[in-house]
Design a protein around this ligand. Structure first.
Ligand code: ADP
Length: 383
């Protein structure tokens, strides 16, 4: 039987999934095997998989030996698919054909227990006893916070990789999955436009993005959506809602036959008594009540809200996301193998891939970019 690999690197995907995670898993595995001759252990279901494995071993040498034996006996697809193992020794074949596939081969999960220091300690002990010297964590804000804690609390080298369609990580111009999600939104807007135009309708589409409006504003510029409302402008007042509605109505009097409004899920309303209500529905009610006022030119103008939801997380990753994932993997390896240990997060800054320390400051360019995009959209879409 083969022996357990020496000093492997482990990789996991955590939190909300995003397109590009599979491209990253392929790249990190293949670069490990082909360029660096270092084996990669894939961890199933993010931190949850590590916690499960740590609990199984529970510090017993016999259980550890069994786990190691299982990992080397069932590599690649066998451990991953047939046996549903929590830790899999990745091979060339198991990452074949996945480069653009949405989701993540390893699965992703949320793991509330990971907030407890003693649970993280058990995971660190497990990784140490497996000889793992480095861990790569692919995920969003929360997952990267977990990665930072692991780095602080152990001698492991830890690299985070930003992956979230929300693009709410301000130290990188783009996270994995954003480009694909924008692409999906453009596709969705194209479909809504056809019906909106046929019926002279206003479609209000709610996008993801948490407290960041980038996804909505990028999709608005790329799709030609008539209006975009994002959280960065502060809570939307009643007066502002009237202005939005009046703007749509005026454009109709100038010959426009439809309007697509993108509203980011993080938008807040200053008069909101039901903050959990979908933003698209709040806008629908406000717009329709304005359009139905006495003497209005289009009292029958219909507003149809849609919450696009998890549709935005799926689908084939765009070439841009697959390339970015491969570049992030290349930099993650370089950082892990550099003579001076550097824990941190891969980031795209000024179109270059770099590794920034955990807790790095926000890029000032990001806020500037958002403002410029808003101005650009305004001037492209006004009638
Ligand atoms: P995302 O990474 O997509 O932002 P979450 O915020 O849900 O998703 O975080 C994913 C997981 O990362 C959590 O379920 C938890 O396991 C871990 N995590 C998040 N925040 C922390 C924290 N403060 N301390 C330790 N682990 C955390």
């Amino acid at each position: 039987m083969s022996t357990f690999p020496d000093r492997p690197v482990a990789v996991l995907c955590s939190g909300g999934d995003s397109p590009g995670m599979n491209a990253f898993l392929r790249a990190v595995t293949r670069l490990g095997l082909n360029r660096h001759q270092i084996p990669v252990l894939g961890i199933r279901d993010g931190y949850q998989g590590l916690v499960r494995a740590a609990r199984q071993v529970n510090g017993h040498p016999a259980e550890l030996a069994k786990l190691k034996a299982r990992i080397v006996a069932n590599t690649g697809a066998k451990g991953l698919i047939e046996l549903d193992q929590d830790i899999i020794l990745m091979d060339h074949a198991c990452v074949s054909g996945i480069v653009g596939r949405g989701g993540t081969l390893l699965g992703s999960a949320r793991c509330l227990e990971f907030h407890k220091p003693e649970v993280r300690r058990s995971v660190i002990d497990l990784l140490t006893s497996l000889g793992v010297h480095a861990l790569v964590v692919v995920g969003g804000d929360g997952s990267l916070t977990g990665a930072r804690l692991l780095a602080d609390e152990s001698d492991l080298r830890v690299i985070g990789v930003p992956a979230t369609i929300d693009n709410d990580l301000q130290f990188t111009e783009l996270a994995l999955g954003v480009d694909t999600a924008v692409h999906t939104l453009v596709w969705a807007v194209d479909h809504f436009i056809d019906t909106a135009r046929s019926h002279r309708r206003v479609m209000v589409l709610e996008t993801m993005g948490r407290d960041c409006g980038d996804l909505a504003r990028m999709a608005a510029v790329a799709s030609g959506a008539e209006m975009v409302i994002t959280p960065e402008g502060g809570a939307v007042t009643h007066e502002r809602l009237i202005e939005y509605a009046a703007k749509i109505e005026t454009s109709m009097t100038r010959g426009r036959r439809h309007a697509i409004v993108l509203v980011a899920e993080g938008v807040k309303f200053s008069h909101d008594t039901t903050p959990d209500r979908s933003r698209a529905y709040v806008l629908r009610d406000a717009f329709e009540s304005y359009f139905r006022r006495a003497g209005a030119p289009y009292p029958d103008l219909e507003v149809r809200p849609s919450v696009l939801g998890h549709l935005q997380r799926g689908g084939h990753a765009t070439p841009q996301d697959c390339i970015l994932a491969s570049r992030f993997a290349e930099n993650a390896w370089e950082s892990l193998l550099s003579p001076e240990p550097q824990n941190g997060i891969t980031a795209l800054q000024h179109n270059r891939v770099v590794v920034v320390p955990f807790g790095a400051e926000d890029m000032p360019d990001r806020a500037r970019f958002s403002r410029k995009m808003d101005e650009l959209h305004e001037d492209l879409s006004s009638w």
